[in-house]
Design a protein around this ligand. Structure first.
Ligand code: AMP
Length: 115
């Protein structure tokens, strides 16, 4: 558990539009959607950022994050059209909330490269 805003969402101290929940993983709609579909997938344990991931320790959990992302993307109808999975890391990476999260964006043609 973390003391970030995502920790509060995990603990149900603040509301979110939850799309999926399991023992280890929570997914909810991004409050400031950048595409018609934009949701976040987070581990319930507080890994602050990508650079804190230990493959030996977190591999199974990372698999569960991607399983949840793909399952929700299919439910939201963007499996065929495609989508983007983004993980911002640290200040230059544009990370605002220091709790690891996958952004899943879709429902429109996304530009590349990102800004
Ligand atoms: P990042 O900049 O990668 O750390 O992304 C943080 C994301 O969390 C942003 O896209 C925010 O819109 C989103 N966010 C912040 N607070 C909330 C909240 N209470 N509920 C849902 N999404 C949020």
């Amino acid at each position: 558990m973390s003391d970030t805003i995502f920790g509060k969402i995990i603990r149900k101290e603040i509301p979110a539009q939850i799309l999926f929940e399991s023992e280890d993983v929570l997914a909810f709609k991004d409050i400031n959607a950048q595409a018609p579909v934009h949701f976040l997938v987070i581990p319930k344990i507080a890994i602050p950022k990508v650079s804190d991931i230990q493959g030996s320790e977190h591999a199974e959990l990372l698999g569960k994050l991607f399983d949840a992302a793909n399952k929700i993307a299919e439910e939201m109808g963007i499996k065929e059209s495609g989508y983007r999975v983004v993980i911002n890391c640290g200040s230059d990476g544009g990370q605002e909330v220091p709790h690891l999260h996958l952004h899943v964006l879709g429902g429109r043609k996304l530009n590349w490269p990102p800004g």
